[in-house]
Design a protein around this ligand. Sequence first.
Ligand SMILES: Nc1ncnc2c1ncn2[C@@H]1O[C@H](COP(=O)(O)OP(=O)(O)OP(=O)(O)O)[C@@H](O)[C@H]1O
Length: 250
Amino acid sequence: MTALLEVDDLHVRYGRIPVVHGISFTVPEGRVVGLLGANGAGKSTTMRAIMGQRSATGRVRFDGTPIDSLAPHKIVARGIALVPEGRLVFKTLTVEKNLRMGAYALGRTAFWQAEAGIDEVLTLFPELKPLLRREAGELSGGLQQMLALGRALMARPRLLVLDEPSLGLAPLVIERIYEAVLLLKSRGTSILLAEQNARLALRSVDYAYVLQTGQIVEQGDSEFLRSSSRVEEIYLGGDVESSTPSPTAS
Ligand SMILES: Nc1ncnc2c1ncn2[C@@H]1O[C@H](COP(=O)(O)OP(=O)(O)OP(=O)(O)O)[C@@H](O)[C@H]1O
């Protein structure tokens, strides 16, 4: 299968300190690929480097074309959208304006003609519909995460890069976010998903890479990784299968 995203020998430093040490991985078209790893493993740094937000060495190709020397807005325009860790919605703008801002990556006209995209996002997250005129900062963390995901989808990306979408959210909300990931997957959206919570991610990914202190230490399909002692050792100290989040209060 052709790789939509190819990352080859990526190195990233913060000042003099190297934090990503020559990692290589691919995201095939239409697949959900996980970057799993504990806190500080280098997942966000890798995603920021792909998006051109951190300088790095190595090669990043998207749809066969190098993107590693492009400015962030050009990378977005090529068809990659990032949902950053911590959501980062525009808190003082309304929900609707936030969504329109996502379409802005496609040009000024797209900002004003975003109705079809907004309708699609509301199909995915109907909970946002009554909140379109509310300021994003008034929303709960879960709704802000839905909005952040919706805003990224407004750019009609060919690749969605999701950084820890479950972070800090209650189990019921996490279920909703992952339902949406599975729906997007069923529609053929290609996704690169960073998750600290391996048990969650392994329910959605086709294939995943395990990062530990900036290096890939394990990779495989979800079935393989569920039974990997390496994954257990890194995250769980227990059974990957048996610990799915329970649907308690949000
Ligand atoms: N702005 C920064 N300046 C210096 N070091 C940083 C910076 N951001 C991250 N780091 C360091 O880089 C390493 C990788 O961090 P990164 O955020 O990429 O990890 P992560 O796997 O995404 O974890 P998390 O879930 O905490 O975001 C860590 O050691 C972290 O302390």
